[in-house]
Design a protein around this ligand. Sequence first.
Ligand code: PLP
Length: 379
Amino acid sequence: MLYLDHAATGPVRPEVRAAMLPFLGERYGNPSSHHSVGEDAAAALDDARRRVAAVVGMRPGDVVFTSGATEANNLALKGVALAALLGSGRPGHIVTSAIEHESVLASAEFLERIHGVTVTRLPVDADGLVSPESLAASLREDTVLVSLGYANNEIGTVQDAAALSAVTAATRIPLHLDAVQAAGWLPLAGTGADGLSIAGHKVGAPQGIGALALRGRIPLEPLLHGGGQERDRRSGTENVAGAVGLAVALELAEAERRGAAERVTAVRDAFTARVLALIPEARATGHPVHRLPGTASFTFAGVSGEAVLLELERRGVVSSSGSACAAGSDEPSHVLVALGIAPEVAQTSVRFSFGHQARIEPTPLADAVAASVAAVRSR
Ligand code: PLP
Protein backbone atom coordinates (compact mmCIF):
# COMPACT_ATOMS: atom_id res chain seq x y z
CA MET A 1 0.00 0.00 0.00
CA LEU A 2 1.26 3.45 -0.90
CA TYR A 3 0.20 5.98 1.75
CA LEU A 4 -0.06 9.44 0.22
CA ASP A 5 -2.05 11.24 2.89
CA HIS A 6 0.73 12.67 5.04
CA ALA A 7 -1.05 16.03 5.28
CA ALA A 8 -3.70 14.18 7.33
CA THR A 9 -1.26 12.28 9.52
CA GLY A 10 1.76 10.02 9.36
CA PRO A 11 3.53 7.26 11.26
CA VAL A 12 5.44 7.86 14.48
CA ARG A 13 9.13 7.76 13.68
CA PRO A 14 11.14 4.99 15.37
CA GLU A 15 13.54 7.53 16.92
CA VAL A 16 10.56 9.38 18.38
CA ARG A 17 8.99 6.21 19.74
CA ALA A 18 12.32 5.23 21.34
CA ALA A 19 12.67 8.65 22.98
CA MET A 20 9.10 8.51 24.30
CA LEU A 21 9.11 4.94 25.65
CA PRO A 22 10.81 5.65 29.02
CA PHE A 23 8.06 8.16 29.78
CA LEU A 24 5.41 5.54 29.14
CA GLY A 25 7.29 3.22 31.51
CA GLU A 26 9.69 3.79 34.34
CA ARG A 27 9.84 7.63 34.03
CA TYR A 28 6.13 8.11 34.68
CA GLY A 29 6.25 11.15 36.97
CA ASN A 30 3.89 14.09 37.13
CA PRO A 31 5.98 17.22 36.40
CA SER A 32 4.12 19.13 39.14
CA SER A 33 5.06 16.66 41.89
CA HIS A 34 7.68 17.80 44.39
CA HIS A 35 9.70 14.62 44.62
CA SER A 36 12.41 13.01 42.58
CA VAL A 37 10.02 11.11 40.30
CA GLY A 38 8.15 14.32 39.48
CA GLU A 39 11.34 16.33 39.15
CA ASP A 40 12.64 13.87 36.60
CA ALA A 41 9.49 14.39 34.50
CA ALA A 42 9.71 18.16 34.94
CA ALA A 43 13.31 18.13 33.74
CA ALA A 44 12.31 16.13 30.65
CA LEU A 45 9.47 18.54 29.96
CA ASP A 46 11.79 21.55 30.32
CA ASP A 47 14.26 19.95 27.96
CA ALA A 48 11.51 19.26 25.39
CA ARG A 49 10.28 22.84 25.71
CA ARG A 50 13.78 24.21 25.14
CA ARG A 51 14.24 22.03 22.06
CA VAL A 52 10.87 22.91 20.54
CA ALA A 53 11.57 26.60 21.19
CA ALA A 54 14.93 26.32 19.42
CA VAL A 55 13.33 24.86 16.28
CA VAL A 56 10.60 27.51 16.14
CA GLY A 57 12.94 30.38 17.06
CA MET A 58 11.19 31.39 20.26
CA ARG A 59 12.00 31.30 23.96
CA PRO A 60 11.27 28.19 25.99
CA GLY A 61 8.78 30.17 28.08
CA ASP A 62 6.83 31.01 24.91
CA VAL A 63 5.97 27.35 24.25
CA VAL A 64 2.65 26.02 25.53
CA PHE A 65 2.21 22.28 24.97
CA THR A 66 -1.31 21.42 23.82
CA SER A 67 -3.24 18.37 22.67
CA GLY A 68 -2.62 19.30 19.05
CA ALA A 69 -3.02 22.12 16.61
CA THR A 70 -6.78 22.42 16.95
CA GLU A 71 -6.23 23.35 20.57
CA ALA A 72 -3.24 25.53 19.72
CA ASN A 73 -5.29 27.48 17.17
CA ASN A 74 -8.24 27.78 19.57
CA LEU A 75 -5.86 29.05 22.26
CA ALA A 76 -4.21 31.54 19.92
CA LEU A 77 -7.43 33.09 18.68
CA LYS A 78 -9.62 32.87 21.76
CA GLY A 79 -6.79 33.38 24.25
CA VAL A 80 -5.49 36.55 22.60
CA ALA A 81 -8.94 37.97 21.78
CA LEU A 82 -10.32 37.30 25.26
CA ALA A 83 -7.24 38.77 26.95
CA ALA A 84 -7.64 41.90 24.81
CA LEU A 85 -11.34 42.05 25.59
CA LEU A 86 -10.68 41.75 29.33
CA GLY A 87 -7.92 44.35 29.10
CA SER A 88 -9.81 46.98 27.11
CA GLY A 89 -13.46 46.13 27.69
CA ARG A 90 -13.94 46.15 23.91
CA PRO A 91 -14.51 43.04 21.75
CA GLY A 92 -11.86 43.97 19.18
CA HIS A 93 -11.18 42.76 15.64
CA ILE A 94 -9.42 39.68 14.25
CA VAL A 95 -8.08 39.20 10.74
CA THR A 96 -7.82 35.76 9.17
CA SER A 97 -8.35 34.38 5.66
CA ALA A 98 -11.03 32.50 3.78
CA ILE A 99 -8.89 29.36 3.38
CA GLU A 100 -7.94 28.62 6.98
CA HIS A 101 -8.28 25.31 8.74
CA GLU A 102 -11.63 24.78 10.45
CA SER A 103 -10.01 25.16 13.87
CA VAL A 104 -9.15 28.78 13.01
CA LEU A 105 -12.36 29.62 11.18
CA ALA A 106 -14.60 28.08 13.85
CA SER A 107 -12.69 29.82 16.66
CA ALA A 108 -13.11 33.14 14.87
CA GLU A 109 -16.78 32.44 14.31
CA PHE A 110 -17.20 31.58 18.01
CA LEU A 111 -15.59 34.87 19.05
CA GLU A 112 -17.84 36.71 16.62
CA ARG A 113 -21.03 34.96 17.78
CA ILE A 114 -20.47 34.87 21.53
CA HIS A 115 -18.23 37.83 22.25
CA GLY A 116 -19.05 40.30 19.50
CA VAL A 117 -15.53 40.24 18.03
CA THR A 118 -15.43 41.55 14.46
CA VAL A 119 -13.78 39.14 12.04
CA THR A 120 -12.28 39.96 8.64
CA ARG A 121 -11.73 36.94 6.42
CA LEU A 122 -9.30 38.03 3.74
CA PRO A 123 -9.86 36.71 0.23
CA VAL A 124 -7.12 34.85 -1.61
CA ASP A 125 -6.14 34.88 -5.28
CA ALA A 126 -6.70 31.92 -7.61
CA ASP A 127 -3.49 30.27 -6.31
CA GLY A 128 -4.42 30.74 -2.66
CA LEU A 129 -2.19 33.68 -1.77
CA VAL A 130 -3.19 36.40 0.68
CA SER A 131 -1.92 39.76 -0.53
CA PRO A 132 0.10 41.83 1.94
CA GLU A 133 -1.74 44.90 0.61
CA SER A 134 -5.13 43.46 1.52
CA LEU A 135 -3.76 42.56 4.95
CA ALA A 136 -2.49 46.11 5.45
CA ALA A 137 -5.84 47.53 4.34
CA SER A 138 -7.76 45.29 6.77
CA LEU A 139 -5.95 46.40 9.92
CA ARG A 140 -7.85 48.67 12.29
CA GLU A 141 -7.17 50.55 15.46
CA ASP A 142 -8.94 47.76 17.41
CA THR A 143 -7.33 44.78 15.61
CA VAL A 144 -5.98 42.39 18.25
CA LEU A 145 -4.66 39.49 16.14
CA VAL A 146 -3.89 38.38 12.60
CA SER A 147 -4.06 34.61 12.16
CA LEU A 148 -3.06 33.08 8.84
CA GLY A 149 -2.01 29.64 7.65
CA TYR A 150 1.68 29.47 6.75
CA ALA A 151 0.91 26.67 4.27
CA ASN A 152 -2.52 25.41 3.33
CA ASN A 153 -3.48 21.84 4.14
CA GLU A 154 -5.57 21.24 1.02
CA ILE A 155 -3.63 22.90 -1.78
CA GLY A 156 -0.21 23.39 -0.19
CA THR A 157 0.08 27.09 -1.06
CA VAL A 158 2.77 28.74 1.06
CA GLN A 159 2.13 32.32 2.11
CA ASP A 160 4.84 34.95 1.87
CA ALA A 161 5.43 35.02 5.63
CA ALA A 162 8.16 37.68 5.35
CA ALA A 163 5.91 40.10 3.45
CA LEU A 164 2.92 39.46 5.71
CA SER A 165 4.94 39.81 8.91
CA ALA A 166 6.47 43.03 7.57
CA VAL A 167 2.93 44.43 7.49
CA THR A 168 2.12 43.47 11.08
CA ALA A 169 5.60 44.38 12.34
CA ALA A 170 4.88 47.98 11.39
CA THR A 171 2.04 47.86 13.95
CA ARG A 172 1.68 46.41 17.46
CA ILE A 173 -0.67 43.70 16.17
CA PRO A 174 0.57 40.13 16.70
CA LEU A 175 0.77 37.75 13.74
CA HIS A 176 -0.07 34.10 14.42
CA LEU A 177 0.78 31.50 11.79
CA ASP A 178 -0.83 28.08 11.68
CA ALA A 179 2.40 26.26 10.82
CA VAL A 180 1.01 22.71 11.01
CA GLN A 181 1.61 21.86 7.37
CA ALA A 182 4.74 23.98 7.03
CA ALA A 183 6.56 22.07 9.77
CA GLY A 184 9.18 19.80 8.28
CA TRP A 185 9.14 21.58 4.91
CA LEU A 186 9.70 25.27 5.66
CA PRO A 187 11.80 27.12 8.23
CA LEU A 188 9.76 27.77 11.36
CA ALA A 189 12.28 30.14 12.90
CA GLY A 190 12.72 33.61 11.44
CA THR A 191 9.26 33.96 9.89
CA GLY A 192 8.66 37.19 11.78
CA ALA A 193 5.52 35.72 13.33
CA ASP A 194 4.70 36.28 16.99
CA GLY A 195 2.91 32.96 17.34
CA LEU A 196 3.03 29.52 15.70
CA SER A 197 0.78 26.45 15.99
CA ILE A 198 2.24 23.01 15.38
CA ALA A 199 0.93 19.45 15.55
CA GLY A 200 3.12 16.47 16.41
CA HIS A 201 1.45 13.95 14.15
CA LYS A 202 2.34 15.82 10.96
CA VAL A 203 6.07 15.54 11.69
CA GLY A 204 6.53 12.01 13.04
CA ALA A 205 5.34 12.42 16.63
CA PRO A 206 2.07 10.90 17.79
CA GLN A 207 -1.43 12.31 17.55
CA GLY A 208 -2.49 14.20 20.67
CA ILE A 209 0.50 16.49 21.14
CA GLY A 210 1.10 19.93 19.69
CA ALA A 211 2.16 23.36 20.76
CA LEU A 212 1.37 27.02 20.57
CA ALA A 213 4.52 29.12 20.66
CA LEU A 214 3.49 32.69 21.43
CA ARG A 215 5.81 35.51 22.36
CA GLY A 216 5.61 36.14 26.09
CA ARG A 217 4.73 39.82 25.77
CA ILE A 218 1.34 38.95 24.23
CA PRO A 219 -1.41 38.64 26.85
CA LEU A 220 -3.14 35.27 26.67
CA GLU A 221 -6.26 34.24 28.54
CA PRO A 222 -6.26 30.49 29.27
CA LEU A 223 -9.06 28.32 27.94
CA LEU A 224 -8.45 25.43 30.33
CA HIS A 225 -8.60 26.36 34.00
CA GLY A 226 -7.28 24.23 36.79
CA GLY A 227 -3.89 23.52 38.32
CA GLY A 228 -2.08 26.34 36.53
CA GLN A 229 0.31 24.21 34.47
CA GLU A 230 2.14 25.68 31.48
CA ARG A 231 2.58 28.97 33.37
CA ASP A 232 -1.14 29.19 33.87
CA ARG A 233 -1.81 29.23 30.16
CA ARG A 234 -3.05 25.63 29.86
CA SER A 235 -4.03 23.69 32.95
CA GLY A 236 -3.89 19.92 33.06
CA THR A 237 -1.12 17.42 33.74
CA GLU A 238 1.25 17.66 30.81
CA ASN A 239 1.72 14.95 28.20
CA VAL A 240 5.42 14.45 29.01
CA ALA A 241 5.96 11.56 26.61
CA GLY A 242 4.22 13.51 23.85
CA ALA A 243 6.27 16.65 24.50
CA VAL A 244 9.51 14.62 24.37
CA GLY A 245 8.31 13.02 21.14
CA LEU A 246 7.40 16.37 19.62
CA ALA A 247 10.84 17.79 20.42
CA VAL A 248 12.67 14.85 18.84
CA ALA A 249 10.38 14.80 15.79
CA LEU A 250 10.76 18.52 15.14
CA GLU A 251 14.55 18.35 15.45
CA LEU A 252 14.73 15.43 13.02
CA ALA A 253 12.33 17.09 10.59
CA GLU A 254 14.32 20.31 10.73
CA ALA A 255 17.62 18.52 10.14
CA GLU A 256 16.24 16.71 7.08
CA ARG A 257 14.11 19.55 5.80
CA ARG A 258 16.23 20.88 2.93
CA GLY A 259 17.21 17.51 1.49
CA ALA A 260 13.67 16.17 1.77
CA ALA A 261 12.18 19.26 0.16
CA GLU A 262 14.49 18.99 -2.83
CA ARG A 263 13.94 15.24 -3.31
CA VAL A 264 10.17 15.30 -2.82
CA THR A 265 9.65 18.39 -5.00
CA ALA A 266 11.30 16.59 -7.92
CA VAL A 267 9.06 13.53 -7.49
CA ARG A 268 5.96 15.65 -6.98
CA ASP A 269 6.64 17.75 -10.08
CA ALA A 270 7.23 14.72 -12.29
CA PHE A 271 4.05 13.12 -10.97
CA THR A 272 2.02 16.31 -11.47
CA ALA A 273 3.27 16.82 -15.02
CA ARG A 274 2.32 13.27 -15.98
CA VAL A 275 -1.13 13.48 -14.39
CA LEU A 276 -1.82 16.70 -16.30
CA ALA A 277 -0.53 15.15 -19.53
CA LEU A 278 -2.56 11.94 -19.19
CA ILE A 279 -5.87 13.32 -17.94
CA PRO A 280 -7.38 16.08 -20.09
CA GLU A 281 -9.79 17.35 -17.41
CA ALA A 282 -7.15 17.45 -14.67
CA ARG A 283 -6.25 20.84 -13.19
CA ALA A 284 -3.60 21.30 -10.52
CA THR A 285 -4.69 23.45 -7.58
CA GLY A 286 -2.48 25.60 -5.38
CA HIS A 287 0.37 27.91 -6.27
CA PRO A 288 2.57 26.50 -9.06
CA VAL A 289 5.78 27.53 -7.26
CA HIS A 290 5.02 28.63 -3.70
CA ARG A 291 3.67 25.25 -2.66
CA LEU A 292 4.64 22.63 -0.09
CA PRO A 293 7.01 20.09 -1.66
CA GLY A 294 4.81 17.18 -0.62
CA THR A 295 1.47 18.42 -1.93
CA ALA A 296 -0.06 17.62 -5.33
CA SER A 297 -3.76 18.41 -5.53
CA PHE A 298 -6.05 18.25 -8.51
CA THR A 299 -9.60 18.61 -9.67
CA PHE A 300 -10.96 16.19 -12.26
CA ALA A 301 -14.01 18.05 -13.60
CA GLY A 302 -16.96 15.75 -14.22
CA VAL A 303 -15.52 12.85 -12.21
CA SER A 304 -16.38 12.30 -8.54
CA GLY A 305 -13.30 12.75 -6.35
CA GLU A 306 -14.63 10.26 -3.80
CA ALA A 307 -15.06 7.63 -6.52
CA VAL A 308 -11.50 8.24 -7.75
CA LEU A 309 -10.23 7.73 -4.21
CA LEU A 310 -11.94 4.34 -4.02
CA GLU A 311 -10.51 3.31 -7.39
CA LEU A 312 -7.06 4.43 -6.28
CA GLU A 313 -7.31 2.45 -3.07
CA ARG A 314 -8.19 -0.66 -5.09
CA ARG A 315 -4.91 -0.02 -6.90
CA GLY A 316 -3.04 0.26 -3.60
CA VAL A 317 -2.82 4.06 -3.35
CA VAL A 318 -4.30 5.84 -0.34
CA SER A 319 -4.97 9.55 -0.74
CA SER A 320 -7.70 12.00 0.19
CA SER A 321 -10.23 14.42 -1.17
CA GLY A 322 -8.50 17.36 0.48
CA SER A 323 -9.00 17.70 4.18
CA ALA A 324 -9.41 14.79 6.58
CA CYS A 325 -11.81 16.93 8.62
CA ALA A 326 -14.09 17.46 5.63
CA ALA A 327 -13.70 13.95 4.15
CA GLY A 328 -17.04 12.30 3.65
CA SER A 329 -18.87 15.62 3.73
CA ASP A 330 -21.00 16.62 0.75
CA GLU A 331 -20.01 20.25 1.10
CA PRO A 332 -17.47 21.48 -1.44
CA SER A 333 -14.17 22.53 0.12
CA HIS A 334 -14.27 26.13 1.36
CA VAL A 335 -10.63 26.41 0.28
CA LEU A 336 -11.28 25.49 -3.35
CA VAL A 337 -14.40 27.65 -3.50
CA ALA A 338 -12.34 30.60 -2.18
CA LEU A 339 -9.92 30.10 -5.11
CA GLY A 340 -12.87 30.72 -7.45
CA ILE A 341 -13.40 27.06 -8.38
CA ALA A 342 -17.05 26.17 -9.07
CA PRO A 343 -18.59 24.09 -6.25
CA GLU A 344 -19.30 21.14 -8.58
CA VAL A 345 -15.67 21.11 -9.72
CA ALA A 346 -14.42 21.52 -6.14
CA GLN A 347 -16.20 18.25 -5.36
CA THR A 348 -13.92 16.42 -7.78
CA SER A 349 -10.74 17.19 -5.86
CA VAL A 350 -8.07 14.67 -4.92
CA ARG A 351 -5.00 15.51 -2.83
CA PHE A 352 -1.80 13.49 -2.74
CA SER A 353 0.51 14.39 0.12
CA PHE A 354 3.97 12.87 0.37
CA GLY A 355 6.07 12.46 3.49
CA HIS A 356 9.80 13.03 3.95
CA GLN A 357 10.55 9.38 3.51
CA ALA A 358 8.70 9.07 0.21
CA ARG A 359 10.45 6.77 -2.24
CA ILE A 360 7.95 7.04 -5.01
CA GLU A 361 8.02 6.26 -8.69
CA PRO A 362 6.09 9.15 -10.27
CA THR A 363 5.28 7.36 -13.53
CA PRO A 364 3.38 4.31 -12.21
CA LEU A 365 1.68 6.50 -9.65
CA ALA A 366 0.42 8.93 -12.31
CA ASP A 367 -0.63 5.96 -14.44
CA ALA A 368 -2.67 4.61 -11.52
CA VAL A 369 -4.38 7.98 -11.16
CA ALA A 370 -5.17 8.11 -14.89
CA ALA A 371 -6.53 4.55 -14.80
CA SER A 372 -8.67 5.39 -11.78
CA VAL A 373 -10.11 8.52 -13.36
CA ALA A 374 -10.79 6.60 -16.59
CA ALA A 375 -12.52 3.81 -14.65
CA VAL A 376 -14.83 6.26 -12.90
CA ARG A 377 -15.52 8.18 -16.11
CA SER A 378 -16.46 5.02 -18.03
CA ARG A 379 -19.19 4.03 -15.56
N1 PLP B 1 -4.22 23.36 11.03
C1 PLP B 1 -3.92 22.74 9.88
C2 PLP B 1 -3.39 23.55 8.73
C3 PLP B 1 -4.10 21.36 9.75
O1 PLP B 1 -3.80 20.77 8.60
C4 PLP B 1 -4.61 20.64 10.86
C5 PLP B 1 -4.87 19.19 10.76
O2 PLP B 1 -5.10 18.65 9.73
C6 PLP B 1 -4.89 21.33 12.04
C7 PLP B 1 -4.69 22.70 12.09
C8 PLP B 1 -5.44 20.64 13.25
O3 PLP B 1 -4.54 19.73 13.77
P1 PLP B 1 -5.00 18.60 14.80
O4 PLP B 1 -6.03 17.80 14.09
O5 PLP B 1 -3.78 17.86 15.13
O6 PLP B 1 -5.58 19.26 15.99
